[in-house]
Design a protein around this ligand. Structure first.
Ligand SMILES: NC(=O)c1ccc[n+]([C@@H]2O[C@H](COP(=O)([O-])OP(=O)(O)OC[C@H]3O[C@@H](n4cnc5c(N)ncnc54)[C@H](OP(=O)(O)O)[C@@H]3O)[C@@H](O)[C@H]2O)c1
Length: 267
């Protein structure tokens, strides 16, 4: 199914994006690796090439539209087509409204929302030609707005809303649109989180929560591309959270209220 397919994965030099790239490449896909850091992109390309995978590295910021056009042009120049775009790049952020500096909202909205819209816009005509697809990486945090994670939670919800609009906008073009909802997943050692002040720190290993392995989360992303499901959750827990919210939204909000102090202390 993936042999010879060209897959662009934004933010794929580490974590979930990188593991998804490895899984897809091992199934015969040709991958475009991206992140803002040129050194990390070169290291990832070298690592993939040493494994015999056919990859192209393009460093740059996906919240910059001109860069997204460059990413599209370099992909076409090298591979001649684009089958799938996985909008994975995002910033993690914590903080309540009163504590969070306004520039943190600007940064998180720019990367998490425009950083998914702009690549989609730059690639759409190529995806129409291949009848490929766009997969948006959201989060369990999008299902219901989390206290203490206002910027992250709301941007991940916006991603799901963008996917819903596109699903119906593009229904006649045969393009697959999907949203994947990962739960807490083991961190890459380089994963950072934005604090309310705007400081960016390495995110320490989360304790007190059950973490999915990178393989499990990336595996769910790969299966979703294969099956072309609109919505997919990385575990049964995510499906349960969504089911409860859809049927009993007031109960979901009440349960969150009971747990708000614990949630607001989490990283
Ligand atoms: N890990 C979890 O527990 C979890 C749970 C639910 C959902 N998710 C979602 O899953 C996705 C991947 O998460 P992760 O934990 O693997 O993230 P991560 O370890 O923080 O990796 C993010 C990647 O995105 C790149 N990136 C960030 N901003 C970018 C930009 N503006 N342009 C291009 N690349 C950019 C980063 O590299 P540079 O910094 O070098 O650019 C990095 O390669 C995200 O969408 C996240 O919201 C994660």
């Amino acid at each position: 199914m993936f042999t010879g397919k060209i897959v662009v994965i934004t933010g794929s030099t580490q974590g979930i994006g990188k593991r998804t790239a490895e899984l897809l490449a091992s199934r015969g896909a040709k991958i475009v690796i991206n992140s803002r850091n040129q050194n990390k992109v070169s290291e990832a390309v070298e690592e993939f090439e040493n494994k015999g995978f056919d990859v192209l590295g393009v460093s740059g910021d996906v919240s910059n539209y001109d860069f997204c056009v460059e990413l599209r042009n370099k992909t076409i120049e090298r591979f001649g087509k684009i089958d799938y775009l996985i909008n994975n790049a995002a910033l993690a952020a914590k903080g309540a409204l009163s504590d969070t500096h306004h520039t943190v909202f600007e940064k998180v909205y720019t990367v998490n929302v425009l950083g998914s819209l702009f690549p989609s816009k730059a690639f759409i005509e190529d995806l129409k030609q291949t009848q490929g697809g766009i997969l948006f990486i959201s989060s369990y945090a999008a299902v219901v707005g989390l206290p203490g994670y206002i910027a992250y939670s709301s941007t991940k919800r916006a991603i799901a809303s963008i996917a819903e609009s596109l699903k119906n906008e593009l229904v006649d073009d045969g393009i697959f649109i999907g949203v994947n909802y990962p739960g807490f997943t083991e961190n890459d050692v380089n994963k950072t989180i934005l604090h309310p002040s705007g400081r960016e720190d390495i995110l320490q290993k989360r304790v007190g929560v059950k973490l999915s392995s990178l393989d499990k989360t990336a595996g769910s992303i790969m299966r979703q591309l294969e099956n072309r499901n609109f919505r997919s959750y990385s575990s049964i827990k995510g499906r349960f959270i969504q089911f409860t919210y859809d049927l009993f939204p007031r109960l979901s909000l009440f349960l969150l209220r009971l747990n708000r102090r614990r949630i607001m202390k989490m990283d």
